[in-house]
Every structure is written in structure tokens, then in C-alpha cells.
Design a protein around this ligand. Structure first.
Ligand code: SF4
Ligand code: SF4
Ligand code: SF4
Ligand code: FES
Length: 958
């Protein structure tokens, strides 16, 4: 018998789960069951294994009661109540199958079918259509009403969305799509227009789906019980044959998916309703934008070349790794042990990041390893370690459903972490109150049925001033959680901090003008955060990517401790991590000063443990960070780099500085799925594998370790971890792993917070949140419950130091950067999908008054210049930014957003100050000099790649 309580089964119980302390007993078709109060009769029956016919109900949506197929008989109740909208009551006696019910259901079904095309054999949903199944379930054998009367059979299809079609002739107007858009996604893009016979689904705000307010999350497609809303891939490829549960490789939400396959062909990605982070929801990237994985631009053969001007030469894996290893050794012999290093990837698996840092520390013999977290969340690691004792967020995403007040600072969840954004909006619709602190009017400030009570639109670069002003109000107005502080925090550090923030210099009246925010708004925000019940802070790169990024993170932790908002559900400090595995790559020892589990390389006992396991002597001093590698390359002491799955030439600040450093190296080894911007400077190219081609794990922003499962063979013949193993072997440090599970076993042995993690345990639990060890064998959803990881929480002083990057007459505007929903990071993946339908270029947002004073109109080409460089993009005139502030994304290399950003960085971690660059903007008519050079160089590199491809084709013909 199927265990309906097993969270891993995928059965639709008809209506959502209810949580209640009261258990209610009833009898259904002669069988007894007890369920939580508030459960529907339909769900109770399904839990007994009795499937009541239904069309408008599904367990991801609140019951609606429109189709009338689910009627039942209940003793003492008149008529035939709908089981989906009828809650259970004590002693209830229900019959779900009687001759009368069967007749009624057949009649209802007959009406549906009489206005439905009977082209089942050629329909994309054939074999997986709820309408078809229910027709069979109710025993419909004939339809007495013909097609002669009015019907909807000739309605036109809407095929405008690149990923799904809307075929209204098949619509049964069950409203599941409308409700999915409202309840799950929170976009409210769909409505039912017209009444009765004229009812139809319409996407609001446009003539068709593509031009409407729809953000293409696909929740409606998943909810639709017919083929009305269908994935185009399903229409083209037919029904899948098998499914594999895996994890999205885009953002730090870490959604779980069923990859539905037909042979080696991926048919569609369906969010897994048992996914701990996403509960069956997804966004346009994870659900639909996977076509890049088999894009013709994929490079599947290793390549080498002596000089960047040479054509690529295709070689075997053996030749490629042997050549790379010999170059690394030659360079070390000539320039010294520390002249080479590696970069781990936050897009690759934990196991792969672990192996790269292990290779650097063992085979390279130094600690010159770093990761892209350097340029995003390294201040989170530092700031939270200093204050709380652990370099990670404190909560589960689900915790937000217990929050009464949510403070979002420097984050844009609906674009960058969309599934969490939807969950947050759900909580706001339930009544939680929202404070947004951001220089830009992000969607959350004013979205349908979810509004920010306060939007503190601060000037870029003033987060620390804002946090100090908030703290000042909390301290001086007696809003401290003194009992919590006395019990849980270091008293001396607290007293020092309290006296510091209480100083008049930190008052809103003083710092409000610095931030450009009225003092009264700051006071209101502080009072709401401190006194509004459970208060949770969510923050992103708008906090970390500053010269005081680490200070701001510590300021956030101070606020949470001062108000007692930490250590339980509904509160906490929640960094929204950018890339899919940025938490994991940090956990795995990717930083030059830390071994896996954030243990400092200088600690002798820690080193001894790894030395024994790895059979080498480890260097005791931290190695080079990424910016130090660039500096060292330019001064001639750093000559070779192994870069796995990271595009530093596009993602790191001050592009011209980065590319100069790459040009100064003698051997750059890039491992990637595409010839990315960095690979254009490479001497060895090792073809990478997409997340569909390998086994492993990712760790999301809530410390959730989830399995990545191979659904197809690696196109290049090796998964990334196998390539690293081969390279280590060629360097004379053989690694013996038959499967990534063995790498995880080694990680677990050597990392206290991972001690109980294994593939078997992950399979058993679905996913696990670290720490997962003997003290917490089922993982740790909420951290710091009884005490902080460091023992007592530590308040840190957070003096505000204005950034050196200042506006002046020459550069009077401040540029800040961010992301957009449809594109991801450097865009290498999403630019190669139909997501370009929504965003095919980076635009510069500029306030109407700044645009007008410069004669700039919407869509005009504008030159943007900073102290670092110039670029040209098109303008979007928008009131989302305040006067004096401009904003852009960085998804397209040719827009050169990082040509403009400077190499100012966080004082503690070197995280670049992407969010504050003084610029001037002017209308122009031609590309910048950098863009012309970039175009010439890129064209040349593409030509060299093309020559290699032509040679390969000629070889095949011979
Ligand atoms: S795809 Fe998502 S946003 Fe668009 S209509 Fe469907 S549920 Fe709404
Ligand atoms: S499109 Fe699908 S989900 Fe929406 S009303 Fe029609 S049948 Fe129901
Ligand atoms: S991109 Fe993020 S929110 Fe979207 S499906 Fe993937 S993990 Fe989920
Ligand atoms: S399933 Fe209950 S009324 Fe439609």
C-alpha cells in the first residue's frame, strides 16, 4: 500500500494539508480515519486511498468548489456537498460511491466533454490528462449533446510565450491556473473574463501571454488539468518515460525538480512538490531555461594552444590534462610554488569544489584557491562568523511563514530568488508587514496585494549609516530585548556597542540626511522591526558588495541580537545567496584561509587532520584571494590559473584590470561548458558538464544539501569532478574516487558540520540542512536556538566610513547594479535560451529628471563613464531609481557593466564594491573604445574557434 504520509510520494490529495492540534475522527465508506481539524473530506478520503473524482481541486491550491464532480453523501447533510470544500467534523459518516453519485458525476462530466475537442489521440496530454482520467473514473460512455450548439472549439491558440501554449478550446474554466498565479506565484496575471458560457482565461496587461504581466513561472501550466496550458517541449517531444529528482542549477533557492526524460532527451522540468526549498514551485529559469545544456555552442572536446593568437587544437583528455599539468609544473619550477592557483565554481557541485581546493592544496602545494563568493557573499561569511559564530544564514525559507515583520535590505527576491519571493509575498498577503531598504523601487515595494509599509530609498553606499541609525532608535527608545541580550550575548561587547550606537552622531536626524532618507521613516522602521513581533531580515548583494560590506553584515546581526530576533522560527538573519552552490563552495574550503567547514588553515590541529587524510604537508599561511592573484599576475609573480566554471573576465570588477592580469599569465586553464569570456584568454580548455550530466550535491542559501542526479551522460565524456581527478593524477597526486558519493564520504569524515551527510541519508531525507552530525542527525533548519555557535553572541562596532567612491562635478551620478528575473549572473546560460524574449540587452535605468537634463530619451544610446572605464548601453527612463542614481544589470558581456565598476573593495574580505560607482552619462551615437576593442578580440577568438570546428568537420569527412 502507498504510504500517503511519506513526503516523497507524489499523489495529489486534492486540498492542502492542514495543521491543527485537534484530531477529528470520521468514517468514509465504512473505514475510520483521524485527521487534523480543518482537513477536507476529499483529503481525508485520499489519505485512506479513496480517490474522489475532481477537476477544480488540487492539493497545491485552496479548494474552490466549482466543478461539482467531487460531490459525496454525508449523513445528516442535505444534498450532495462538494468534498473539496467540506471540512471534516467529528463522527461524520461519508459515502463517496453510490449509484446516485455515479449518475450525477457522469452528467457533470458529460457537459464538460460536450464542449471539449475529442482529439485525445493527438493531444499532447494524452495519457496524462486529468479530464481524460476523470472521464474514465466516472465511467462516461456516451455524450448525448453534439457539437451542433454553441461551443469553444474554434478558439485560437496563443503561442506567444516561448515555453508554453494556451489552447482555449480545451479549457474547462476550472480556475486552477488563475488560483495558481495568485496563491503560488503571487503575480495575479490571470483572470477569468466573461460569465457563464463566455467565461475564458485571460492574461492581464497585454494582448497575449508574452506581452502580459505573466512572468512565465509555469505554475499555471503545472496546475492545468487539461492540455489547455502545455509546455511546448511536451507538445514537441511527447510524454516522458521516466523522471529523476534533481536540483536547479541557477539561484541559491535550490529548487528541487523532477527531470522528466524520454531516453536521453529532457522533455520538461517539473518542480518537485516534496522539494524542501520550493514545495512544487519554480521560476522561469529553472522550469524552462534548460535548453543551454544542449546548445550548439557547447564545447565537448578538450583544446589547447600555446598562444592566444593560435587556433585551438583539439586533443584527447589525456593530452589536455598532461599538457596543463606540465605547464603548471614548468611554471612552478621557474617562478616558484606560489606562482599558480585555482578558482572553484559556485555553479559546480560540492564534491567538485572540494576536489579543486584539494588539488590546489595538495598537488599545487599552496593555498592559492578562491571562489566567486569573493565577489558576492564573502562579507556574509566574515560578518556572521564574527558575531554569531557560523558563516551561514540562520533559517529555512519556510521560516518566513512565521514572520510578522520582514525587513528586506539590499535584495530583490522577486527577480533574483523568485521562488522565495513568491513565498514571501504569500506571507505578506497573510498580513506580515514589510520594510524595504533599497536605493531602487524593487517590485516588492508595490506588488499586487503585497506592499511595503516603508520603503527607505537610501543613497547607494550608506547601508552602515542606515543600520546604525536604526540601532540608535532601538537603543535610545528602550526597544532592546534586554533579557535576551543578558542571557545570550557577551556583556562587554554589548555595552560597548550600545554606548556607540547611542551617540548623537548615530541619530536618524544626523544619518538620515547622509542616507537621503527622512529621519521619521528611519524611526518608524526601527520601531516596527523591534516591536512588531517575529522580525526577520533578508539581505543580498546590496549589503555585501560595498567597501563596508562586512560591517553592514555585522550591523544586521547586531540588530537581530539586540531585538532578540534570532534562534527561533520566523526571525533571523538570512543572506540570500546568489548562485546555486555559493554556500556549498564556501563550505567546501574554497577560501584561501579556510579548510572545509570554515576551519582556519593556520590551526595546526586542523591541518594535521587533513594532512593525515590527504597524505601531504599543508602550507600554514593563507594563499592569494582572487584580486591578489590579479595583482600578482600584473607584478609578474603569478603565472598560471586553473579556473573551473567561473567567468572572472565578465563577473569581476574593473574588466580591463582583470583581462590585463589574464594576459600576463603563461597558462590559463578554463573548465567550462562554453567558450566564456575568460576562456578567450585560455591556453587549455577542458569541456565542462552541465548539472544534468553528473551526480553530486548543491547547498542552497538555507544550508540545505540536495542531490544533483545525472540524467544524461556527460557530453564531453567526463563530469567536472572526473576532469579534476584526471588533472590531479597528471600532476602526480592520484585521487581515487569511483563515484561522487565517495567524495562526500570524505567530506563528511573531515567536516564536523557534515559528519552525518551521505548519499544514503540524503536519499532517505530528501535533503538535509547542515549542521548534520551526531548532535543533529536530521539536520538543523534553525540555528542558534539555545546558544550561538560561538557560545555568546558578539556585538561588533560598526562605525560608518563613507566610501572613497564619491560623486563630483565630473562624475555626478551613482551607478548601482543588480539582476533581472529572466537572466542569470553572467548570462552564459540564460542568454542561450528563449529567456532573451524578455531581456536581450542590459539597459541603464535613469530617473526622468536626470534623463531630461541630459537630453536622453527612453531607448537612446548613452555613454556611461567612471574612473575605471567607459561603456555604452541603451537608456530606460524610469522612476524606479531616485534622482542622482542610475542602475544596470550585468548579464551581457558587450554592455561592459564591469568595465565601469571600480576595484574598491570591502575592507575585510576584498569583496568588490559593485554597488557604488560614481559615473557620468551622456547621449552618444557609437560604441565605447572598450567595446570596439572587445568586439575585435571576441571576433578573433570566435574565428579561432570556428577554424578548429571546421578542421574537426574536415577530419570527420576524411
Ligand atoms: S506562468 Fe506564472 S505568472 Fe504567468 S500566468 Fe502562469 S502562474 Fe501566472
Ligand atoms: S487553462 Fe487549464 S487550469 Fe486554467 S481554467 Fe482552463 S483548464 Fe483550468
Ligand atoms: S532559479 Fe532559483 S528560484 Fe528559479 S527554479 Fe532555480 S532555484 Fe528555483
Ligand atoms: S473538485 Fe470539488 S468542486 Fe471541483
Amino acid at each position: 500500500m502507498i504510504n500517503y504520509f511519506d513526503p516523497r510520494n507524489d499523489i495529489d490529495l486534492g486540498t492542502p494539508e492542514r495543521v491543527s492540534e485537534v484530531q477529528v475522527s470520521l468514517v468514509i465508506d465504512g473505514r475510520s480515519i483521524s485527521v487534523p481539524g480543518g482537513t477536507s473530506v476529499m483529503r481525508a478520503a485520499a489519505m485512506l486511498g479513496t480517490s474522489i473524482p475532481k477537476l477544480c481541486a488540487t492539493d497545491s491550491l485552496e479548494a474552490f468548489g466549482s466543478c461539482r464532480l467531487c460531490m459525496v453523501e454525508i449523513d445528516g447533510m442535505r444534498g450532495y456537498p462538494a468534498s473539496c470544500t467540506t471540512p471534516v467534523s467529528e463522527g461524520m459518516v461519508v459515502r463517496t460511491q453510490t449509484p446516485r453519485l455515479a449518475d450525477l458525476r457522469r452528467n457533470v462530466m458529460e457537459l464538460y466533454i460536450s464542449d471539449h475537442p475529442l482529439d485525445c489521440l493527438t493531444c499532447s496530454a494524452n495519457g496524462n490528462c486529468e479530464l481524460q482520467s476523470v472521464a474514465g473514473q466516472v465511467g462516461l460512455r456516451e455524450v448525448r449533446y453534439g457539437y451542433d450548439g454553441a461551443n469553444h472549439l474554434s478558439e485560437q491558440k496563443d503561442v506567444s510565450n516561448p515555453y508554453f501554449d494556451y489552447e482555449p478550446s480545451k479549457c474547462i474554466v476550472c480556475s486552477r491556473c488563475v488560483r495558481a498565479c495568485e496563491e503560488i506565484q503571487g503575480t495575479f496575471a490571470l483572470t477569468i473574463t466573461g460569465r457563464g458560457f463566455d467565461s475564458r482565461v485571460a492574461a492581464a496587461g497585454g494582448d497575449d501571454f508574452l506581452s502580459s504581466e505573466c512572468v512565465s513561472c509555469g505554475a499555471c501550466v503545472q496546475a492545468c488539468p487539461t492540455a489547455t496550458l502545455s509546455e511546448k517541449s511536451l507538445v514537441q517531444l511527447g510524454q516522458p518515460e521516466r523522471a529523476v529528482i534533481t536540483t536547479c542549477a541557477y539561484c541559491g533557492v535550490g529548487c528541487s525538480f523532477r527531470a522528466e526524460m524520454k531516453g536521453e532527451q529532457l522533455v520538461r522540468m517539473v518542480p518537485d512538490k516534496n522539494g524542501g526549498a520550493n514545495h512544487g514551485h519554480a521560476c522561469v529559469k529553472g522550469r524552462f531555461a534548460w535548453g543551454y545544456a544542449t546548445h550548439p555552442d557547447r564545447i565537448t572536446k578538450p583544446m589547447i594552444r600555446k598562444r592566444l593568437e593560435d587556433p585551438w587544437q583539439e586533443v584527447s583528455w589525456d593530452e589536455a590534462v598532461t599538457y596543463a599539468a606540465s605547464e603548471f609544473r614548468r611554471i612552478q619550477l621557474k617562478y616558484g610554488r606560489d606562482s599558480i592557483g585555482g578558482i572553484t565554481s559556485s555553479r559546480c557541485t560540492n564534491e567538485e569544489a572540494y576536489l579543486v581546493q584539494k588539488l590546489v592544496r595538495t598537488a599545487f602545494g599552496n593555498n592559492n584557491v578562491d571562489t566567486c563568493a569573493r565577489v558576492c557573499h564573502s562579507p556574509t561569511g566574515y560578518g556572521l562568523k564574527q558575531t554569531l559564530g557560523e558563516s551561514a544564514g540562520t533559517q529555512s525559507f519556510d521560516s518566513v511563514m512565521q514572520a510578522d515583520v520582514v525587513l528586506v535590505i539590499g535584495a530583490n527576491p522577486t527577480d533574483a530568488h523568485p521562488v522565495f519571493g513568491s513565498q514571501l509575498k504569500r506571507r505578506l498577503r497573510q498580513g506580515a508587514r514589510l520594510i524595504v531598504i533599497d536605493p531602487r523601487r524593487i517590485d516588492l515595494v508595490d506588488s499586487p496585494h503585497a506592499r511595503a509599509e516603508l520603503h527607505l530609498q537610501l543613497r547607494p553606499g550608506t547601508n552602515v549609516a542606515m543600520l546604525n541609525a536604526l540601532a540608535h532608535v532601538i537603543v535610545t527608545e528602550g526597544l532592546l530585548a534586554q533579557r535576551f541580550v543578558d542571557a545570550r550575548c557577551e556583556p562587554e561587547d554589548f555595552a560597548r556597542w550600545r554606548d556607540f550606537v547611542a551617540q548623537p552622531d548615530n541619530a536618524p536626524d544626523v544619518l538620515g540626511p547622509v542616507c537621503g532618507v527622512p529621519a521619521e521613516q528611519i524611526r518608524a522602521a526601527a520601531r516596527l522591526y523591534a516591536t512588531g513581533g517575529n522580525a526577520a531580515i533578508y539581505y543580498g548583494l546590496g549589503v555585501t558588495e560595498h567597501s563596508q560590506g562586512s560591517t553592514a553584515v555585522m550591523g544586521i546581526a547586531n540588530l537581530a541580537m539586540a531585538t532578540g530576533n534570532i534562534g527561533r522560527e520566523g526571525v533571523g538573519v538570512n543572506p540570500l545567496r546568489g548562485q546555486n552552490n555559493v554556500q556549498g563552495s564556501c563550505d567546501m574550503g574554497s577560501f584561501p584561509h579556510e579548510l572545509p567547514g570554515y576551519r582556519h588553515i593556520s590551526h595546526e590541529s586542523v591541518r594535521a587532520e587533513f594532512e593525515q587524510a590527504w597524505g601531504v604537508t599543508l602550507q600554514p599561511d593563507p594563499g592569494l584571494r582572487i584580486p591578489n592573484m590579479f595583482e600578482a599576475a600584473l607584478d609578474g609573480s603569478f603565472k598560471a590559473l586553473y579556473c573551473q566554471g567561473e567567468d572572472i573576465a565578465q563577473s569581476d570588477p574593473n574588466t580591463q584590470h582583470v583581462t590585463a592580469a589574464l594576459l600576463a599569465m603563461e597558462c590559463v586553464v578554463v573548465q567550462d561548458i562554453f567558450l566564456n569570456e575568460t576562456a578567450k584568454f585560455a591556453h587549455v580548455f577542458l569541456p565542462g558538464s552541465s548539472f544534468l550530466e553528473k551526480d553530486g550535491t548543491f547547498t542552497n542559501a538555507e544550508r540545505r544539501i540536495s542531490r544533483v542526479r545525472k540524467v544524461m551522460e556527460p557530453l564531453a565524456g567526463k563530469a567536472d569532478w572526473e576532469a579534476t581527478v584526471a588533472l590531479a593524477g597528471a600532476l602526480g597526486y592520484p585521487m581515487q574516487y569511483r563515484h561522487p558519493s565517495e567524495i562526500m564520504d570524505e567530506i563528511a569524515r573531515l567536516t564536523p558540520t557534515f559528519r552525518r551527510v551521505s548519499y544514503a541519508e540524503l536519499d532517505r531525507h530528501g535533503s538535509l540542512q547542515w549542521p548534520c552530525n551526531d548532535a543533529a542527525p536530521d539536520g538543523t533548519p534553525t540555528m542558534h536556538i539555545d546558544q550561538f555557535v560561538r557560545g555568546k553572541g558578539r556585538f561588533m562596532l560598526t562605525g560608518y566610513v563613507p566610501t572613497d567612491e564619491k560623486v563630483n562635478g565630473r562624475y555626478p551620478l551613482l551607478l548601482t547594479t543588480g539582476r533581472i528575473l529572466s537572466q542569470y549572473n553572467v548570462g552564459a546560460q540564460t542568454r542561450r535560451t528563449d529567456n532573451v524574449a524578455w531581456h536581450d540587452e542590459d539597459r541603464l535605468e535613469i530617473h526622468p529628471s536626470d534623463a531630461e537634463s541630459r537630453g536622453i530619451g527612453d531607448g537612446d544610446w548613452v555613454g556611461i563613464g567612471s574612473r575605471s572605464g567607459q561603456s555604452v548601453l541603451r537608456a530606460r527612463v524610469s522612476g524606479r531609481v531616485a534622482p542622482g542614481v542610475v542602475y544596470t544589470t550585468f548579464h551581457f558581456p558587450e554592455s561592459g557593466a564591469n568595465v565601469i565598476t571600480t576595484d574598491n573593495s570591502d575592507w575585510a574580505t576584498n569583496c568588490p564594491e559593485y554597488k557604488v560607482t560614481a559615473v557620468e552619462v551622456a547621449k552618444v551615437f557609437q560604441p565605447s573604445e572598450w567595446q570596439k576593442r572587445y568586439q575585435r578580440f571576441s571576433d578573433e577568438q570566435r574565428r579561432l574557434l570556428k577554424e578548429r570546428r571546421q578542421a574537426e568537420a574536415a577530419e570527420v569527412r576524411r
